[in-house]
Design a protein around this ligand. Structure first.
Ligand SMILES: [Zn+2]
Ligand SMILES: [Zn+2]
Length: 255
């Protein structure tokens, strides 16, 4: 299983793209501005999109992806996620106001977008890869995913979250965890904001990570633009045993 990081920033700017992960050629986790790194041919090969939640930095490029390749697609792109996430897309994004409803285009009988809701703890198998949705705690209903490849390699991605039970319990129940990508949106000076907006700062992340029984490679994502170096340093200081580092767009992992 090949994991490619298309976007791993908490914002935009030169060299910064928002959250999008590509698993092999056909599967995305989130569709932030990182999707803009893909060629037309690569976009047309995407068959499944698993969303962590409805915030724009995680979904904004899904409408553009569908619009760019709808004439090349032989079947619908399946969008997976919590029912609340998919309902938010239906009501607030693909609603004919912000963007056309691709669940009814180009033909209501043969649309290029279809929704498949998932519940907490549910596992979906897609071409030999297994994706399990784990509940997290963010400002809107949100999830992380555990992804296990055909040869047993396993990574987890938190999406956006603050202190929570579900994600860490789910990880502790796994037989193995090779790679953990977890958000840390703000430095410790913004802990009050993190509690309000439901993100991690290094101190809050360390609190939850203390419960993890695995020793995966730890990569930090979603850092606020301009605060990346500070967040990375604070994470290293709080979690020296895990030697965390910042995840970068363009990185590739074989699992
Ligand atoms: Zn969010
Ligand atoms: Zn976000």
């Amino acid at each position: 299983m090949r994991l490619e990081i298309l976007g791993a920033s908490g914002g935009i700017g030169p060299g910064r793209r928002t959250t999008a992960l590509r698993v092999d050629e056909d599967l995305l986790i989130d569709a932030g501005s990182g999707v803009g790194e893909l060629s037309l041919e690569a976009m047309a090969r995407v068959r499944h999109v698993f969303l962590t939640h409805s915030h724009l930095d995680h979904v904004a490029f899904l409408p553009f992806l569908l619009d760019s390749v709808f004439d090349r697609l032989e079947g619908p792109v399946t969008v997976h996620g919590l029912p609340e996430t998919l309902e938010a897309l239906r009501r607030h994004l693909f609603n004919w106001v912000l963007w056309p409803d691709f669940a009814r285009l180009p033909d209501p009988g043969r649309p290029v977008l279809r929704y498949r809701p998932m519940g907490p703890g549910e596992t979906r198998e897609v071409g030999g890869r297994r994706l399990t949705l784990l509940p997290v705690a963010h400002a809107v209903p949100a999830a992380g995913y555990v992804v296990t490849g055909p040869s047993g390699g396993c990574f987890a991605f938190s999406g956006d979250t603050s202190l929570n039970e579900g994600f860490w319990e789910g990880l502790n129940a796994l037989p193995r965890l090779d790679l953990l990508i977890v958000e840390t949106a703000f430095p410790d000076s913004e802990e009050a904001l993190c509690r309000l907006a439901r993100h991690y700062c290094p101190a809050l992340l360390a609190e939850d990570l203390a419960r993890l029984r695995h020793r995966p490679r730890l990569l930090i994502t979603h850092a606020k633009p301009g605060a990346e170096a500070l967040i990375a340093r604070q994470c290293r200081e709080r979690l020296p045993h895990l030697a965390p580092r910042l995840l970068r767009g363009g990185e590739v992992f074989e699992l």
